[in-house]
Design a protein around this ligand. Structure first.
Ligand code: AMP
Length: 208
């Protein structure tokens, strides 16, 4: 694990809310380094032990156990720094999918300095179910093809992930209405990130 403290912005919102779309748009900015842990997990090779293990959790709509998730995360972060794709202190990590519960928040607090939490919360869950089903067809995602699993994922979100907002507290949270057009959502996100961006490169990442 790295000893540095990394500047990070979190994208939080229930499945189907458009975090993936926003993540891809935001990733085009060179001062942001985006990761979607869902994509990272889905990209693991099917013929590896870890790939098979992870696919089993994903297929049931269950979280990957924290230890395994954090190991995959640590490896991803080390690789980004080694390859120069991520330069600590000069770029912001944009995290979609991690931390996903309070235990992961506590563990990541040793590593990342959360500057903002983008909370994409729709007025109600029902439109999300339909969005997720349509996305599953387009992207060939087996976890969201089945309504029972979609509902299970939404339940886990409410129970495990929504409490994260309380962990970081209101001063870090920026509420974004995800039912706007993707470009309006993007604009609102970028507006909130501007002051954070201007602090990049001004102070070196802290060491413990
Ligand atoms: P997503 O694409 O973000 O909806 O994630 C898809 C699936 O990946 C989730 O249902 C979980 O099974 C798994 N996953 C993604 N991120 C995490 C995480 N931080 N901890 C545990 N499981 C995760």
């Amino acid at each position: 694990m790295s000893e540095r403290l990394h500047f990070a912005v979190l994208l939080i919102g229930m499945p189907g809310v458009g975090k993936g779309t926003q993540g891809k748009l935001l990733a085009q900015h060179s001062w942001l380094v985006h990761v979607s842990t869902g994509e990272l997990l889905r990209s693991l090779p099917d013929d590896s032990d870890v790939g098979r293990l992870v696919a089993n959790y994903l297929g049931r709509g269950e979280f990957v156990p924290d230890e395994l998730m954090l190991e995959i995360w640590d490896r991803w972060l080390a690789e980004q720094m080694r390859s120069g794709r991520y330069r600590p202190g000069e770029q912001l990590l944009l995290l979609d999918g991690i931390p996903r519960n309070l235990a992961q928040c506590q563990r990541l607090a040793q590593q990342i300095d959360v500057r903002q939490v983008l909370s994409l919360s729709p007025p109600d869950d029902e439109p999300m179910v339909e969005r997720m089903r349509q996305r599953a067809v387009l992207e060939g995602r087996s976890d969201d093809a089945d309504e029972t699993i979609i509902r299970h994922r939404l339940e886990i979100y409410q129970r495990e992930t929504a409490p994260i907002l309380g962990f970081y507290g209101p001063e870090l949270i920026r509420e974004i209405d995800p039912m706007q057009t993707p470009s309006a959502v993007l604009e609102q996100i970028l507006e909130g990130l501007t002051p954070i961006r201007s602090t990049l490169g001004m102070s070196p990442p802290r060491h413990h």
